[in-house]
Design a protein around this ligand. Structure first.
Ligand code: GLN
Length: 202
């Protein structure tokens, strides 16, 4: 199987994620139909507008295919993408995928004008990468208000979880794709390829 990563391309800044993956030499495919998932070993759900994305996921019959995909492969959701991955969201218009056992409050930092940037250390980088702080860009970001015990908090900002992981599902409240720093995408891709190799060697 090709080591291709899918990017959900219904709405939002999916092209930015593709550009990041291309920078690290990874092939991408835009996912708009369920069959596209058959070609991928990982999926990114981008930022955008979670209410719209949720509607489009239903309209394009992607809800159950994404849930099945999550049984085998890695999924990363950023900002609105993270909202969709959660179990409990403070907006009934969103049908959550329930892949990350967390509660989420949308737009919890305030309006567009309350968007902000902060520089934080990445706890998972290896010796071959720079350990400079990462530019974390929050745009009308959600807050993770509760994390169940099967979810690991990877990064926090002012003791608030901003990057969480549950086995093969990674959720980030900010936008790594809007930087020129590929370290988070590399972390995700490494995990995708390792899991895929494990599956193929069974
Ligand atoms: N505020 C958006 C929402 O709740 C998310 C913003 C983003 O993805 N940058 O859907």
């Amino acid at each position: 199987m090709h080591q291709t990563i899918g990017v959900l391309a219904l709405q939002g800044d999916f092209e930015k994620h593709e550009q990041m993956l291309h920078q690290i030499g990874v092939k991408t495919i835009q996912v708009r139909k369920p069959h596209a998932l058959n070609e991928c070993v990982g999926l990114i759900i981008p930022g955008g507008e979670s209410t719209t994305l949720s509607k489009l996921i239903q309209l394009y019959d992607l809800y159950h295919p994404i849930q099945s995909f999550a049984k085998k492969y890695v999924i990363m959701g950023t900002c609105a993408g993270l909202i969709l991955l959660g179990t409990d969201i403070d907006d009934q218009r969103i049908v959550p995928l329930k892949l990350l056992n967390i509660s989420i409050s949308r737009n919890a930092y305030g309006r567009q004008i309350d968007s902000f940037v902060t520089y934080l250390n990445l706890p998972f980088i290896d010796q071959t990468q720079s350990n400079d702080p990462f530019k974390c860009i929050f745009i009308r970001a959600p807050q993770i208000t509760h994390v169940e015990s099967n979810v690991h908090v990877i990064m926090t900002n002012n003791s608030q979880p901003i990057m969480v992981q549950s086995h093969n599902i990674l959720g980030i409240t900010f936008h790594p794709e809007l930087t020129d720093d590929t370290r988070i995408h590399q972390f995700f891709v490494d995990r995708a390829f390792v899991l895929n190799n494990e599956i193929n060697s069974r």
